[in-house]
Design a binder for this molecule. Structure first.
Ligand code: SAH
Ligand code: SF4
Ligand code: F3S
Length: 468
């Protein structure tokens, strides 16, 4: 799944306090923090919309909140530890304001259920990812002094009719969820347990949401799903079947000025049809996030990824044939159960061969209840996991620096996102291939497309100047 901050390499877990001026005059205020993947951040916008309907306004100031929500991630143990630290932090606020309610939502809520209520008697509400519509009822229950929990997973909830309230976004780029849940059973992964069965959202509602975003000035949408290629939706009136390729084409046709991105593609499922749609439409970005996880076929089998190293390399070849120069990123796990030095060298080898533009690399973290936790021993010592991780990061850094150096002297269309983090006289924006470029802002404005000549780079960022 797409990472929120592309420069974070080792650990994608981070929080963002999401709040805005939404419903600023409201009597009751909520404060929300989100962790984990883009899907979770998008869910926080759905939660904000549900709260907005019942008269809650968002605040960035915990002190003035009646309700603190934390939208959590369980993907690795570290993600859960971060949440526990934040809960400890909230304790002080609750001591000062006894009527303040604390709600834990998302994947950790789904995984731990009622157990979270035992956390220092701090948590009042626990909600899994499919139960957000019942939040107002749970708040009412909690206000009457009862702890409330709803962690039912659903086979059909997609929140299709809820218009997410865009919180603290940049006004340029937005996420649009197209599926929920996951039917794959990668043995290391907690997501099928925390997010339930896969379901596809009504295609018309997706296109409508993307169109509204465009009409409101947004210039980029990222279609989100754990496995976007398995998107399938049938129109009950017309019996028309919409595949991911069809859906992406429909979104691309909204307007040539709307950039379309998507995440995540699964190597076993990405089709030539999807690749041809990307090649056909200039506004579908030439960038694919294709997690490999390991370069060893033996480990891939234990991971239940259902493809081999050769299959992956063949997919990369097809991508480059159909979309020459396509940007490619990946996810890698080091130190999975039984991983030998030879397996590790195969991962290094694939990183060298594929020359990923971006890679998100993690040490394996055993998750309770997953297939791997039940079947295999977590037998690679932590120091071996982390030294293998550093080795892979080093190889990847050299690749990505070389890839950036190769861009110097070229000119790219960049969608302006706003001031750069380091210097407000500079703007930043992304190329079609998802590379971040920093340049002197000149007369350009947020949401403009500008042509930028690349004049230099660091290992993570391109530097340039506007030429048009
Ligand atoms: N649906 C996406 C992945 C979502 S999780 C996909 O199939 O690619 C994002 C990434 O977290 C995964 O690709 C994997 O690299 C990593 N990850 C998942 N479970 C993990 C675990 N138990 N330990 C370490 N990394 C893990
Ligand atoms: Fe997890 Fe695999 Fe599903 Fe991705 S495809 S969410 S890694 S089970
Ligand atoms: Fe996303 Fe973390 Fe859940 S990666 S799906 S928030 S476990």
């Amino acid at each position: 799944m797409l990472e929120i901050e592309s420069k974070v390499i080792d650990e994608n877990i981070q929080g963002t306090a999401l709040a805005s001026e939404v419903n600023a005059q409201a009597e009751k205020k909520f404060y929300i923090e989100s962790y984990g993947c883009a899907m979770n951040f998008n869910d926080s916008e759905i939660i904000a919309s549900i709260l907005h309907e019942v008269g809650y306004g968002a605040t960035k100031d915990i002190e003035e909140a009646n309700l603190i929500l934390i939208n959590t991630c369980s993907i690795r143990d570290k993600a859960e530890q971060t949440v526990r630290h934040r809960l400890m932090h909230f304790k002080g606020f609750k001591k000062r304001n006894r009527t303040m309610l604390v709600g834990v939502m998302g994947c950790m809520a789904e995984r731990l259920k009622e157990k979270l209520l035992e956390e220092e008697k701090l948590v009042d509400i626990v909600m899994g990812p499919d139960s957000y519509r019942t939040l107002p009822a749970l708040i009412a229950e909690a206000e009457s002094g009862q702890k409330s929990v709803n962690v039912l997973l659903s086979r059909d909830e997609t929140y299709a009719d809820i218009n997410p309230v865009r919180l603290d976004g940049n006004g340029v780029s937005s996420f649009v969820s197209i599926t929920r849940g996951c039917n794959n059973m990668c043995s290391f992964c907690v997501v099928p347990f925390t997010r339930g069965r896969e379901r596809s959202r009504d295609a018309d509602s997706i296109v409508r949401e993307a169109r509204e975003l465009f009409e409101n000035g947004y210039r980029e949408v990222t279609l989100l799903g754990q496995n976007v290629d398995s998107y399938r939706w049938e129109n009950e009136q017309t019996n028309e079947l919409v595949t991911f390729a069809n859906l992406m084409e429909r979104v691309a046709l909204i307007d040539p000025l709307l950039r379309v991105r998507f995440s995540t593609s699964h190597p076993k499922d990405i089709t030539d049809e999807v690749l041809h749609v990307i090649a056909r439409h200039d506004n579908i970005c030439n960038y694919i996030h294709l997690p490999i996880q390991s370069g060893s076929t033996r480990i891939l089998q234990l991971m239940n990824r259902t493809y081999t190293k050769e299959w992956y390399l063949h997919k990369v070849k097809r991508i480059m044939e159909i979309i020459p120069g396509c940007g490619l990123s990946t996810d890698i796990i080091t130190g999975f159960c039984t991983e030998t030095e030879e397996d590790h060298q195969e991962t290094i080898d694939i990183v060298k061969q594929c020359k990923f533009d971006l890679a998100y690399m993690y040490a394996y973290s055993e998750r309770p209840g997953t297939l791997a936790a039940r079947r295999y021993a977590d037998d690679i010592p932590e120091e071996v996991k982390s030294s293998r991780l550093s080795e892979i990061i080093d190889v990847h850094r050299i690749n990505s620096h070389n890839s950036n150096l190769a861009d110097v002297g070229k000119t790219y269309d960049v969608l302006v996102e706003g001031p750069s983090k380091k210097n407000s006289d500079d703007y930043c924006g992304r190329t079609d291939k998802n590379k971040m470029v920093v340049f002197a802002k000149g007369t350009s404005q947020k949401c403009d497309y500008v042509k930028v000549l690349i004049t230099g780079c660091t290992s993570g960022t391109l530097l340039g100047e506007i030429v048009e």
